[in-house]
Design a protein around this ligand. Sequence first.
Ligand SMILES: Cc1cc2nc3c(=O)[nH]c(=O)nc-3n(C[C@H](O)[C@H](O)[C@H](O)COP(=O)(O)OP(=O)(O)OC[C@H]3O[C@@H](n4cnc5c(N)ncnc54)[C@H](O)[C@@H]3O)c2cc1C
Length: 369
Amino acid sequence: MEKVYSKKENCSGCSACYNACPTKAIHMEPDEEGFLYPVIDESQCVDCRKCVNICPLIYEGNYKQKSEPEFLVAKHKSEEVLMSSTSGGAFTALSNAILREGGVIYGVDYDEEFRVLHKRTETVEGRNRMRVSKYVQSNMGNIFQQIQKDLLDKRTVLFTGTPCQAAGLRAYTRYSLLTENLYICDLICHSIPSPLVWEDYKKLLEKEHGGKLTNIQFRSKVIDWSRENSNKTFLYKTSNSEEVHNDERFYKLFFGKKTIMRPSCSECQFTDIHRASDITIADYWGIEKYAPEWMDAKGVSVILVNNEKGAKLLEKCTEELKYEKRPKEESLTEQQRLSEPTKFPEDRGKFWDDYRKHGFEYIVEQLPK
Ligand SMILES: Cc1cc2nc3c(=O)[nH]c(=O)nc-3n(C[C@H](O)[C@H](O)[C@H](O)COP(=O)(O)OP(=O)(O)OC[C@H]3O[C@@H](n4cnc5c(N)ncnc54)[C@H](O)[C@@H]3O)c2cc1C
């Protein structure tokens, strides 16, 4: 076997194949845009085709459920939680329910160099580090194997991640008889930015200010939670001063032209109300129009309850979370990523040519002022 995928658009980098390979013949390697792809070592491959057979982008139906979700508006009751979360704090309520039962949380954190990766935690402190959307594709490592081990040890597990990562976990646990204690939560995801651009961006901030980055805050709520204002505030600090900086270039680069998103995002199979997860969380955009009484400048969540397991998990959150049913049409109107993938700009190829030829700083100089 040569490759797990036929073209880059057909690999989301979920790492299910890497985690599942029985002979460890697969490793994940970054391409020239910094996205991880599976590479097969021919000498170790026994041609069992497990990698291809479980791949969520190849598997018919992509592990999505046929049932339609229930749509809810939700908000955490604690102001402190709202201010520490990207949306309405749904993740904190869901993860607290699992932690209270002695369970384990898998979510996205940083390492000591602010590289973005999936981690495992059993503590509130570890979970708190997973709060806030990090707009960079996370490195999944051997997370699915760790989850499998927890399930074998009869632990309850909550996994959170993008829709393709959630489908990857569904794929990895396809033959497992142990999934009763596994809860899968995904996000509505507009598309996922390049880890290479993130690395170069961090280096630029350190060059401009001196010192090492000590603090990063994506989509801060210092103005408010609205799409417009939270997307203006990328906050960070470096080691040589206590000053908090705000960099408006971040959103122009990371969201603006969608040139730095993973190729598979342009053909995403998961921009659908039929989900691979048990429960889906996101921002309740437009809530001020549909139910102004729910509007809160500190953040409001939409929750899609995708099956009975999702409903069971949500029931455990009533002490912390206020929620109520809403018509699905509201979210279908506001959330494009429930119906179609992100469209890439026609000059994506030129962008990456310029990046390779002239470097990252040239790219930043070209951003609209
Ligand atoms: C790349 C990306 C794109 C998104 N696109 C949309 C969108 O189009 N529309 C929308 O309404 N919402 C989108 N979201 C979701 C939204 O930003 C919030 O993450 C979500 O509402 C949860 O907020 P919260 O207040 O409940 O949780 P928080 O406490 O803010 O927790 C954040 C959660 O996101 C997970 N997470 C953080 N970074 C990543 C990452 N890089 N990859 C995978 N999981 C991550 C954490 O594990 C945690 O579960 C996106 C999130 C990400 C990471």
